[in-house]
Design a protein around this ligand. Structure first.
Ligand code: GLA
Length: 386
């Protein structure tokens, strides 16, 4: 076992004075392409990464739920009978919100025992790599096993999304939880967010000599407030005016007509979503037919669309993308909800150090804070560890 796993079990024993019943983990995610398409019932292509959240859990004889973590001193305690979104706040709203959200999927909290949970994580927080979904999904698989619920992974993803939407209060889509639960090594998850049918698409990065570089700009973003909800509202307004259920029902060929019906800003928001859906489909086809070295232009076009049409980039993300592109990346784009967080670049191994050095230099020259630059590997989704 790696240190983090042993540490988590040891800390659980220290805090709760007994051994855990088991250990579960779930990864953060990177979205390869398909941004702000999930809540428009469109397509996404994320993958799970080799940064994980661990959850040690022990069932109790009573009905108390207690959660501790390696990142906050407090131990939060609540009776299962009192679990409701109004009673939850702070970081514990993620694990406890997940337990509450299960009630919306048929779980009777009067019929299950309480639990002690300890959470540990090496998914960076605030980097746009879904540290929150990693917590939700690790707790989801832990409770699913410990309470013997028998829920399948697409359902657990929906439970995680409900926790995020209602208990945490962020109006996000289904992508992050799906990636964390369905990911597989060296592959991406191609998800139709309308039907929730998914397919695993092999990436073949190692065979192609490619690395995925993350440039965490350090610019903070939060999706419970501000821009994210505004963009979502614009998309809903666009769909309403166009007379469709969601922007999934609009194709690239419909855009000319849409331009006549929508104001300029709403039209550009709609154009991003519609073209991005097409880029996801094109990326999946290109990966299958030509492999990962051929998807660079699609990544680049996705960034331009987010920068100019959806307007969710920031100068630090644009600089990261442009610098990577100018120093040997095959393609680059901001990833995640935007307004900060991280960019990704697809880089041939031999250009890796050049990209790292160039990004550090460019950020310093522009007076931006030092970014955190590292590589990630597409990895397997949530699982029981011990
Ligand atoms: C955040 C949300 C996701 C998705 C992305 C944008 O990561 O949690 O549901 O909407 O933004 O693609």
């Amino acid at each position: 076992m790696t240190d983090l796993r042993t540490d988590t079990l040891d800390t659980f024993a220290e805090i709760f004075g007994r051994r855990a019943d088991g250990l579960w983990s779930a990864p953060g995610r990177v979205n390869l392409i398909g941004e702000h398409t999930d809540y428009n019932e469109g397509f996404v292509l994320p993958f799970a990464i080799n940064r994980r959240t661990l959850v040690a859990l022990g069932l109790r004889d009573d009905r108390k739920a207690r959660v501790g973590s390696s990142f906050a001193d407090e131990l939060v305690e609540i009776d299962l009978s009192e679990l409701s979104p109004e009673n939850l706040s702070g970081w514990s709203a993620y694990p406890l919100g997940l337990a509450w959200a299960l009630t919306e999927f048929g779980v009777d909290l009067d019929a299950v025992p309480g639990f002690d949970i300890l959470i540990d994580s090496n998914v960076p927080v605030g980097a746009g790599l879904s540290s929150s979904a990693a917590i939700e999904c690790a707790v989801a698989v832990a409770l699913n096993d410990a309470w013997q619920l028998g829920l399948d992974r697409p359902t657990l993803a929906r439970v995680g999304q409900r926790a995020e939407n209602v208990a945490v209060g962020a109006p996000t889509g289904i992508m992050d939880q799906s990636a964390s639960l369905l990911g597989q090594a060296d592959a991406a998850v191609f998800l139709d967010c309308r039907s929730l049918v998914s397919e695993v698409v092999p990436l073949g990065l190692e065979a192609a000599g490619l690395e995925i570089v993350i440039i965490d700009t350090g610019v903070e973003h939060a999706h419970a407030t501000g821009g994210y909800a505004e963009r979502r509202a614009s998309c809903e307004e666009g769909a309403r005016v166009l007379g469709v259920e969601s922007l999934r029902d609009v194709s690239v060929a419909d855009l000319d007509r849409a331009r006549d019906l929508l104001d300029d800003v709403t039209f550009r928001r709609v154009r991003h979503v519609v073209t991005e859906n097409q880029r996801v489909l094109d990326t999946v086809r290109t990966l299958r037919e030509q492999g990962p070295t051929a998807i660079g232009e699609l990544l680049d076009a996705s960034h331009v669309s987010m920068r100019d049409d959806f307007e969710i980039s920031v100068p630090e993300l644009d600089l990261a993308v442009e610098t990577a592109q100018a120093n040997g990346a095959i393609g680059a784009r901001m990833t995640g909800g935007g307004f900060g967080g991280s960019a990704i670049a697809l880089v041939p191994s031999e250009n890796l150090s050049r990209v790292f050095v160039a990004i550090d230099g460019a950020f310093a020259e522009n007076g931006f804070g030092q970014p955190d630059v590292f590589t990630v590997t597409p990895s397997e989704g949530a699982k029981r560890e011990d």
